[in-house]
Every structure is written in structure tokens, then in C-alpha cells.
Design a protein around this ligand. Structure first.
Ligand SMILES: [Fe+2]
Ligand SMILES: [Fe+2]
Length: 246
């Protein structure tokens, strides 16, 4: 079975124990020997070059290819230079073909305004056009990945800063049956719903968990164990997701 380890919200540079939480997850993922590792954003907490270097060091120990999406805590230029190896201020929309599957990574980061980080996500028209063209060019089974969920997850303050204007993305995915699922982060919770008639899967959260209001936990639940998702794809293209908290 084709195996995707889906890590998200690593937040390197957050409180000191975050690096060990990441190391624990990376050790568990290495033992699982996945075909690909997907990191759906908030790689760094403040977007500094040092934080990206730390991310590169910790995840660079994995032998599988590691694919990265920017999140709202990331800084596009620093991520591009440190992780992608080339500076860019343009949206980091990239496609990878691995093991007969395509990974279409979208950049939903809204750059800081007046020096203040922007929480919600947006996709540029060019990004949607790029996605459409990519999906028209190949019918290989595909995953769309981005940081911001394009639908509500039931956590009010996160639903306020999810992807805006999701109708365009929904239309592109709905028109392309080879998209098996949309894989996201941002909500720091292992969660599953649907979008455009396909699974929409939140890959957990490494730095912390964001609970439902009814759980009566802190808004940012730092003591919850780091979590990640493992997506298995069968020969007949059924998707099976397991969530792990360590
Ligand atoms: Fe995050
Ligand atoms: Fe986020």
C-alpha cells in the first residue's frame, strides 16, 4: 500500500519542548517507512531562517521525500529560501509525482500586513488556474494539500480564520474525479470531514492541540500529545486514514 505520513503545524521556534515533540513524531514516522512525508504548514512559529534550519535538520533525517506547504505562521520568502532552496515571493504552488500519485501543494498564506501576521487563508486566482491546469494535464490519482481548511471544523475561532472564498477550490476539485482527498493543517486536531464531495482530512497537530469548546480545555492545549495522520492508499484507490497521538 502507498503510505503518506501527514505531519502538520510543527511550529519550530515555539516553546522549547516543541523540538522534542517533533523529534518523537519523526522517529515514529521513520519506523513506519512511508513513501512520502507531507507537512501542511506552520512549519515555523515566527518564520525565521533559524526555525527553518531547525525544521530542515529534524525532518531531514527522514529518507522519504518531504513535501512542504506554507502556513499562516510561515514567511514565504524565508521558507522558500531555506526549505525550497531558492528565494521567492510568489505563491509556492508545487506539484510532485511520487509512486504513481500526484501531490498538488497550494500556498494559502496571506503575507503579513503592517507587520502583523494574517491568520486566515486565501488562494490567488493564479493558484486556482495552476491547479486546474495541473489536474487537466494528468489523470493520475492526486492529493490536494494546503494549510488552511476550506471548510468548518467545528472550532469557532479556527473556522473564523480558515480558507476564505473556498468556492473556486471546490469547483476545481469537484470537476476532477482523480482527486482522492484534500489534506490540510491549521486546526491542530485530528479531524475528518468532506469538501467537494471528497474527504477533507486534518493531519492532527504536533506543537499543540486545539480542542472543541465543549471539552473545557485551554484554547491552545499544549499538554495534549503530538499527533499526526497516516494515509494508506490501496491498489483500488481506497483511502484509509489512521491518526496517532504519541
Ligand atoms: Fe498552527
Ligand atoms: Fe495555521
Amino acid at each position: 500500500m502507498f503510505t503518506i505520513a501527514h505531519l502538520t503545524d510543527t511550529h519550530f521556534g515555539n516553546r522549547p519542548e516543541v523540538i522534542d515533540r517533533n523529534r518523537r513524531v519523526v522517529d515514529a514516522v521513520a519506523a513506519l517507512d512511508p513513501d512520502v512525508v507531507l507537512v501542511t504548514g506552520d512549519v515555523a512559529d515566527h518564520g525565521t531562517a533559524e526555525e527553518y534550519a531547525e525544521a530542515h535538520d529534524v525532518l531531514g533525517t527522514l529518507t522519504a521525500p518531504v513535501l512542504w506547504c506554507p502556513g499562516n505562521h510561515d514567511v514565504r520568502e524565508a521558507l522558500a529560501e531555506t526549505i525550497f532552496g531558492a528565494p521567492s515571493s510568489e505563491p509556492l504552488d508545487v506539484v510532485f509525482e511520487i509512486g504513481g500519485f500526484r501531490f498538488l501543494l497550494l500556498d494559502s498564506l496571506v503575507p503579513a500586513r503592517d507587520g502583523r501576521r494574517v491568520g486566515h487563508g486565501e488562494l490567488a486566482d493564479e493558484s486556482l488556474e495552476w491547479l486546474h491546469a495541473q489536474l487537466e494535464s494528468s489523470s493520475l490519482p492526486s492529493f490536494v494539500a494546503l494549510h488552511h481548511p476550506p471548510a468548518d471544523v467545528g472550532i469557532d475561532w479556527i473556522d473564523d480564520i480558515r480558507l476564505r472564498d473556498e468556492a473556486g477550490l471546490e469547483a476545481v476539485i469537484a470537476a476532477h474525479p482523480q482527486v482522492l482527498a484534500t489534506l490540510v493543517g491549521h486546526a491542530h486536531t485530528a479531524a475528518a470531514t468532506t469538501f467537494a464531495g471528497r474527504p477533507l482530512l486534518v493531519g492532527g497537530g504536533i506543537s499543540s492541540t486545539l480542542p472543541l469548546a465543549a471539552e473545557g480545555r485551554p484554547k491552545v492545549w499544549e499538554d495534549a500529545p503530538p499527533s499526526f495522520a497516516l494515509h494508506l492508499v490501496t491498489e483500488d484507490l481506497r483511502l484509509i486514514t489512521h491518526f496517532r497521538a504519541l
